[in-house]
Design a protein around this ligand. Sequence first.
Ligand SMILES: Nc1nc2c(ncn2[C@@H]2O[C@H](COP(=O)(O)OP(=O)(O)O)[C@@H](O)[C@H]2O)c(=O)[nH]1
Ligand SMILES: [Mg+2]
Ligand SMILES: [Zn+2]
Length: 304
Amino acid sequence: MPTPELDIGLVIAGHGRHYIVETPEGREIKCSPRGKKSQLVVGDRVRWQPTDTLGNEGVIEAMEPRTNLLYRQDEWKTKSFAANLDRLLILVAAEPVFSESQLARALIAAEQARIKVSILLNKIDLVESAQLARERLAPYVKMGYDVIEVAIKARPDETRARLTDLLATGSTLVLGPSGTGKSTLVNLLGLDAAAPVREISVALNSGRHTTTHTRWYWLDDAHQGALIDSPGFQEFGLRHIPVEDLAAWMPDLSPYLGQCRFANCSHDHEPGCAVLAALAKGDIAPSRHRIYLEVRDELGRTHY
Ligand SMILES: Nc1nc2c(ncn2[C@@H]2O[C@H](COP(=O)(O)OP(=O)(O)O)[C@@H](O)[C@H]2O)c(=O)[nH]1
Ligand SMILES: [Mg+2]
Ligand SMILES: [Zn+2]
């Protein structure tokens, strides 16, 4: 039921049973959701009302419709990253060597959720490993992804200059394995990572001071652009994607769909497969086909 008489707010942090909701005036309200099981995530817009006389606490009554939701679906667990995203910034680094499978999975999830993506390659000051990373990213450049090369710590001014326009408007979720430079980026952009975490820990009585939770930061006083920092992840399950749709979310495979001899071609071994022909010609990178088969196998498996 629509509840337009209630105040609107933005979920800027979530912690178990509680959320921090920011009002349009910039006040932070500690809110609990109505009902037992809440699916709210950072980036959600909600309707809430105060529950104390000071107006520092409230209850979330309803969620506004989402434009999108980025999440992963592991074997037994769903993990939502954030909602209403304007873009995803996937951070990889020259070192540690990134997992191409994880990168590909994040890209597939973003395509499926219809979220624009840029790939940020960090630590290009590490010349030799950066060259290797660049070669591994070449197929992604070829299939149309924007790859931005930076050295967040080693060349901060240059990095800031390269990212300013990209991040200026809308909400950007930064996603990447730990050790790639997410915290360094948050610091570079002058976002005080410690302060809000401290405040939230106090407000939510969690007593924890580490960035183990997703958090929204405004990048400017006018609140035009926002960065969402999220904890690193170990796996990226795509079990929410129907196996027959998988290739459609891979921009280097999708042009060949509908061109195979068999309509239900799995692009694995079938004669007259257009994807395998493109692979043989070098138009699809071997690593990409391998990742396709790996994810397809995973999605095809049943666990009941
Ligand atoms: N060589 C190099 N190291 C960097 C650069 N940017 C960040 N680092 C280092 O990478 C490590 C991980 O960075 P951090 O921001 O903690 O990564 P997070 O786990 O993604 O938050 C730290 O030791 C940083 O100093 C860079 O441009 N060049
Ligand atoms: Mg970090
Ligand atoms: Zn095929």
